[in-house]
Design a protein around this ligand. Structure first.
Ligand SMILES: Cc1ncc(COP(=O)(O)O)c(C=O)c1O
Length: 345
């Protein structure tokens, strides 16, 4: 366990492009909580301030900081067609005065024209991103290799590209943003978290790892549950465990988090990445109608659906839940058809 000053000093070694509107608010969800039988609080990281916000703003502070420190003039990133990371990276690159190339992977089957043009893709265009297509969606190493090829071409043109690497083989720089997020949460409660469990989406796992690492570094033992959006729980748990070891190496903080502390949940009703189950669809509508709060179809809707399922199965550590909202709402517009149950005529 470390003091906040030691953790801050460990993070201060990393260049950072500050952009996050923080601390983000903590708000109760009284009606949804009461109808579920939970004491629900939301941490509003959907409101982090840059280009519709979301968790990627905290993460990108460190990638853009590293790019600036290396004198880069162009950011390269790969992601799904409706990637929030890609959209936010485009905004952050522009904010730092850099050019932006994005590679969109075919990760979601049978997508329609709206999915290809609206939501985050529309925003990528607004930011003037150069868009490259990649035909596969589940080969991180191949996607990174393809990005390296684009970077090579840019170098030959005299540019200085910086690749935001997301594969588990790259240093988890983005997770540092969530160590800061965890410290922020602890400070918001004067060190004493009033939650039985924290729930958050677990994709690349940088958010999940950053929160877990940050809390444990400060000696806070609140369970953190990563709700899987892309991989089965056992595979994701192994990824999180590896990334936690990577974080200790990266930060120089000698912190070992036991595998038993890495908790992931994958609801078998959920289909693959970016595919919405009926449970997620219901969770999005319910949260919108009971609380006026928007969730997204790919991440936060699944987290709410997963939380409800865990609660129904009696598998939550207790009723006091912190739901860590990570944004993603622009994707709602790409999934318009799935919500189009309005009467016509
Ligand atoms: C809205 C949203 N929530 C959660 C996540 C998952 O975060 P991470 O990749 O850090 O696991 C993402 C990732 O793209 C996201 O866009």
């Amino acid at each position: 366990m470390f003091s906040p000053e030691i953790v801050e000093r460990a993070l201060a070694r990393f260049p950072r492009h500050r952009a996050t509107h923080a601390p983000t608010a903590l708000e109760p969800l009284p009606r949804l909580g009461a109808s579920l039988g939970l004491d629900l609080t939301v941490k509003r990281d959907d409101c982090t301030g840059v280009a519709f916000g979301g968790n990627k703003v905290r993460q990108l502070e460190f990638y853009i900081g590293a790019a600036e420190a290396r004198g880069a003039d162009t950011i390269l990133i790969t992601g799904a067609v409706q990637s929030n990371f890609v959209r936010t990276a485009a905004a952050m690159a522009r904010r730092a005065g850099m050019d932006i190339h994005v590679q969109l992977e075919e990760r979601v089957p049978d997508i329609d024209d709206t999915h290809r043009r609206n939501g985050n893709v529309l925003l990528d265009h607004l930011f003037g991103a150069t868009i490259h297509s990649f035909p596969v969606g589940e080969d991180e190493d191949a996607a990174d290799a393809s990005l390296e090829g684009i970077a090579e071409t840019l170098r030959a043109e005299g540019r200085t590209p910086y690749i935001i690497g997301l594969a588990a083989s790259t240093p988890p720089l983005g997770a540092l943003g969530y160590v800061i997020g965890a410290m922020e949460l602890v400070a918001q409660h004067d060190g004493d978290l009033p939650y039985d469990e924290i729930v958050v989406a677990s994709g690349s796992a940088q958010t999940h790892c950053g929160i877990l690492f940050g809390l444990r570094a400060l000696g806070v033992q609140t369970p953190v549950r990563g709700i899987c959006v892309r991989r089965a729980a056992d595979i994701q748990q192994a990824r999180v465990a590896k990334r936690l070891r990577d974080m200790a190496a990266l930060t120089g903080l000698d912190l070992t988090i036991p595998d038993s502390d890495v908790r992931c949940f994958h609801d078998e009703r959920e289909k693959g990445y970016g595919q919405m189950s009926a449970a997620t669809h219901d969770a999005i509508l319910r949260t919108a109608r009971e609380e006026g709060l928007l969730l997204d179809p790919v991440y936060t809707g699944k987290v709410m659906a997963g939380t409800i399922t865990l609660h129904e199965r009696g598998e939550l550590a207790g009723p006091r839940i912190l739901y860590w909202h990570t944004g993603g709402q622009p994707a709602l517009f790409a999934y318009a058809q799935a919500f189009d149950d309005r009467p016509t005529g």
